[in-house]
Write a protein that binds this ligand. Structure first.
Ligand code: ZN
Length: 134
């Protein structure tokens, strides 16, 4: 089951500069920054009620975020849904015909196990499933 939108991932060129704008927009500071080397991203999180905003900056030119910004510019990169059992959801969605980018969940930022669905199978929106690590 998909429980709620956990966060929106937003690709930015310069996380420090974007953070200043988001601090003003949201009226509060970020609660966490984290580099995920395996993904080539530097992340920063803001909590808004029960949802979050995740800013993503590339840490190298080969990063998926660098490629995304090159093609589409800054903006919403992915929608992340909170799930209770990520293996179960991946199996269900695969059976339903969705294209999985990750067949097996991997470690993500913010204490999560994550997996992405290909935007080709989700109407052009990159979808992340995330399960809170227990
Ligand atoms: Zn995310």
């Amino acid at each position: 089951m998909l429980n709620k939108i956990e966060h929106l991932g937003i690709a930015v060129k310069n996380i420090e500069e974007s953070a200043k704008m988001y601090e003003t927009l949201l009226g509060k500071p970020s609660y966490k920054t984290e580099v995920v080397e395996s993904e080539g991203v530097s992340t920063m999180f803001f909590q808004i009620g029960e949802s979050k905003i995740e800013l993503l900056e590339a840490t190298n030119p080969e990063s998926p975020i660098a490629k995304f910004i090159e093609k589409r510019g800054e903006g919403i990169h992915h929608v992340a849904y909170d799930v209770s059992d990520i293996e179960l959801e991946l199996a269900r969605l695969k059976k339903e015909g969705f294209q999985l980018i990750h067949e097996v969940p991997k470690a993500g930022a913010d204490n999560k196990r994550i997996a992405f669905l290909h935007p080709k199978s989700t109407g052009g929106v990159l979808v992340e499933l995330c399960e809170e690590k227990k």
